[in-house]
Structures are given as C-alpha cells and as structure tokens.
Design a protein around this ligand. Structure first.
Ligand code: BGP
Length: 471
C-alpha cells in the first residue's frame, strides 16, 4: 500500500500487452506466410534456421489463434480496459510484397476485435512487432531497402481500411530503437550484425521513421479520430559516477535512443544526430519527400520499461551488464532479475518526466513487467502460482506511475507485458513468464496449454476496479 494513495486519471487505460508471434502459434494456418520469428528458435541471440524447426516454440506459442475467446474472457474478468496485441504482417501479406491481402488472415483479427467489443475492451494495435514476413528479409534485406516503405504503406492501408473504424490506438513499430541492437529481429536485416555498416543500419532506421510518419499521415487522412503513437524501448541511462565525463557518456548513450522519439515528435533529425552521422562517416539518402513526410508527427509516445542502466567514459569499468536488448553497465545500487534486468521503479517516474518535459505528448506505458520462473502449486484443489514477487514489482512500478501523474505528466494508460504467459522474445522459451495467467507449456514444448489464474490475477483485478487506490 502506498503511503500517499493517488487516484489515476478517470478512464485510465489499465490492461495488458502481447505480440502475435509470442502468443498466436498457427504459424502456417489459413494462408499465413513465414515470419522472421519462424526461423529464430533461440531468440535474437541464437542462430537463424533456414526454415521452421520443431524446437521453435513460437510455431505453436500459446495457441491464442484458437483460444483467443477464452483468453479475452479472462482479461475481461480482470477488468481490462485495453488490450494491446499485434497483427502478424505475414497473415495479411504472406510474403510482404503480395499484391492482394489474405482474407483469412484479416478475418482472424475481425474475430479478435469482436470479442474485445463484447467486453468493452479498447484495442491497442501494434502494426509491426518483431515479425516481419521472412521474404522481406531474404529478398530485400529488410528495412535497409527503401522498397519496404511502399510495402509497409500497402499493409497499413489495408489495416486502416479494415479496422480503422474499430481501433482507435495504433503503434507503428514495436521498440523502434531496438534495430540498433537486434537488426534481424527488429529490422528484418539479413546482413549479419558484424558485417552491417553504420550507413546501412541508419538508412534502415531512416526508412522506418519515414514509414512510421507515412502511416501517421494516412491514418489522419482517413479518420482524424485515430491516434497513432511511436513505441520506443525506454531505458534511463545514469552516469556510473558524478565525473563529468561519465555524465556526458550517459547523455550520449541516451541520445542514441532519444533520437527516435525526437524525429517522431519534432519531425526532423536533431542536431546531435546530424553530428553523430558526420563523426561516424554515415551518409544517408534522405529525399525532399522524406523530409516532408517526417513532419507527420505522432499523437502520443508509447514505450516499454523494464530497467535502467549506467554508462561510463572509463573503458576499464565498462564491464557489460545484461539487458533488455541494449545492455549497459550494471548499476551497483540495484537488484536484478534472474536474467540480469535491473529492477528500478523510480526510473519509470524519471523517464516519464523526461519524455513529458521533452515532448509534451501524452504517454502510454505499453510494456512493463517481471520475467520470472513460476512454480505451479495447488490451492483449494486449483492449480495456481503464488507470485508475490510479480505483485511487488508491478505494485512498485504503478506507484511510480501515479507519482508521475502527480508531477503533471499526461499518461493515457498502462499495459503490463505478457499479461498471459507467452514465449519470451530474448530466450524463445516459456520459462521466463510474465503473466497473470499461467499457461501449461514447458520449454520442451510439452504441456496441456491449459490456463490457470495466478495470485496476481486477483491483485490486478482489484487495482483496476479501484482505479489504482488499492496500490
Ligand atoms: C520487449 C519486447 C517484447 C517482450 C519483452 C520482454 O523488448 O517488445 O516482445 O518479449 O521485451 O522480453 P523477454 O521476452 O525477452 O523477456
């Protein structure tokens, strides 16, 4: 319980978040093409296979494709006001560059939206969440190619046409800044990272930024009520010591990420980015039309938040920490999860204030949560998980969100990551669980896929019902 209970804004969108490739399964059903995830059996650090292999848990995932109605009913039971999910691009355009969309794929998301409407749950849709059609990586080298802008445009036009009247909130690219660290998973870039030139990498970044602005323009032209947001991986970077050189190193590391929000909100590259390009000999092909398109700026800024990190100018202290895609230097004052993600609730308030001060755009926290190994136990004859550690993590973070609201930050909502257990993005395993709902599936693929509410399920239901007063 927080010492100073704070009420969240009325209608605050509490809910949960997922991604198609981590929940749906049915990887080749109803005309779906292969996505890059179908050849990543070990997550983004492991090898890429030439085709789907049985060890790849994402091929079946948690079978949301067939169990979506049951799952959405459970979300409704928790009182969700919003559900974030992504559309698998390869269900709609199996090869990414097909001329006609796949009707069976479109119909699936109609059914999901029907279910959400039944319970009055607002959909929040990610257009591209680490699941680009594989053919776009193979034939075009992903976002390095300018052609991807037009192919993405074709895809988003179909989505806005079909679902624009039913979906108010859209995110263009999941964690768009992660392309700097995971070029294949995030940008469908087939060139191995060690061979990828900085110019090609930032050209891919540029194409994504233009595509994102173009999607925003199209949405606004079709329906001014649609709200389009960018989505960035937020990780505050603290100086490891008060030495000015460390403070500067932290600022420079932060700039690498802020660049994405700056372009999305201000419509042009900031000076520090232009300098970075010059210093690193990066030459970009930026057309006059690109510059014009970039001025279609976003309605809100959404972000994931799991951890903070430190930076130092001293190479001797640069022992790399583990991190959420990005790494960084470990903070000696913080505890970490089993996967080395350092837990820092106050960092969430800090980053919310930073984003609000910098951009003055409404924020949406679209991922936050604790990955943990859960143990199934029997309580009153029912299988469940006593996940007090997860409750503590989420409680502490939500208290900081409330503090940021008190600081004057405008925030529309909060969706916990992996509200139902799903396949982890980094490890590609089930055992790193985030959910309020346990899914009976193990790392070897065994399990009934049955769903069991955890202790945190009831806790979150109370948080939502009380609009945060029980925190
Ligand atoms: C973010 C991704 C998600 C998700 C989450 C947790 O980076 O947007 O897709 O998976 O992190 O990461 P992990 O599954 O590796 O614990």
């Amino acid at each position: 319980m927080n010492a100073n209970p704070v009420e969240f804004p009325e209608g605050f969108l509490f809910g949960g978040a997922t991604a198609a490739n981590q929940i749906e399964g049915a990887y080749d059903e109803d005309g779906k093409g292969l996505s890059i995830q179908d050849v990543m059996p070990q997550g983004f650090v492991g090898p890429i296979t030439t085709g789907p292999t049985p060890e790849n848990l994402k091929l079946e995932a948690i079978d949301f494709y067939h169990r979506y109605a049951e799952d959405i009913a459970l979300f409704a039971k928790m009182g969700f006001r919003v559900f974030r999910f992504s559309i698998a691009w390869s269900r709609i355009f199996p090869n990414g560059d097909d001329t006609q969309p796949n009707e069976a794929g479109l119909a699936f998301y109609d059914r999901v939206l029907d279910e959400l409407e039944k319970y009055g749950i607002e959909p929040l849709v990610t257009i591209s969440h680490y699941e680009t059609p594989l053919a776009l990586a193979q034939r075009y080298n992903g976002w390095v190619s300018r052609d991807l802008i037009g192919l993405y445009e074709r895809y988003v036009r179909v989505l806005f046409d079909r679902y624009g009247a039913r979906v108010r909130y859209w995110l263009t690219f999941n964690e768009i800044n992660s392309v700097l660290h995971a070029p294949f998973m995030s940008g469908a870039i087939a060139t191995p990272p060690e061979e990828l030139s900085p110019s090609d990498l930032y050209q891919a970044v540029h194409h994504e930024l233009v595509a994102s602005a173009l999607a925003t323009k199209i949405a606004h032209e079709m329906d001014p009520h649609i709200k389009v947001g960018c989505m960035v991986l937020a990780m505050p970077v603290y100086p490891l010591t008060p030495a000015p050189a460390d403070v500067h190193a932290a600022m420079a590391a932060d700039h690498a990420n802020l660049l994405f929000g700056d372009v999305h909100v201000r419509g042009e590259y900031p000076g520090y980015a232009l300098r970075m390009f010059r210093d690193r000999g990066i030459e970009l092909d930026i057309t006059a039309r690109d510059r014009e398109l970039l001025h279609n700026t976003v309605d809100f800024v959404s972000f994931s938040y799991y951890m903070s990190s430190c930076e130092t100018a001293d190479p001797a202290k640069r022992a790399a920490g583990q991190g959420n895609i990005m790494g960084g230097v470990p903070n000696p004052t913080l505890q970490a999860s089993e996967w080395g993600w350092q837990i820092d609730p106050v960092g969430l308030r800090t980053v919310m204030n930073q984003f609000w001060d910098r951009w003055q755009k409404p924020l949406f926290i679209v991922e936050n949560g604790l990955g943990a190994r859960d143990r199934l136990v029997q309580v009153d004859g029912h299988p469940t998980v006593l996940d007090d550690y997860r409750i503590a993590y989420l409680n502490d973070h939500l208290v900081q969100v409330a503090e940021a609201v008190e600081d004057g930050v405008e925030v529309w909502g909060y969706t916990t990551w992996g509200c139902i257990d799903l396949v982890s993005a980094s490890t590609a395993q089930m055992s790193k669980r985030y959910g309020f709902i346990y899914v009976d599936r193990d790392d070897d693929g065994s399990g009934t896929l049955d769903r069991y509410p955890k202790k945190s399920f009831g806790w979150y239901a109370e948080v939502i019902a009380s609009n945060g007063r029980t925190l």
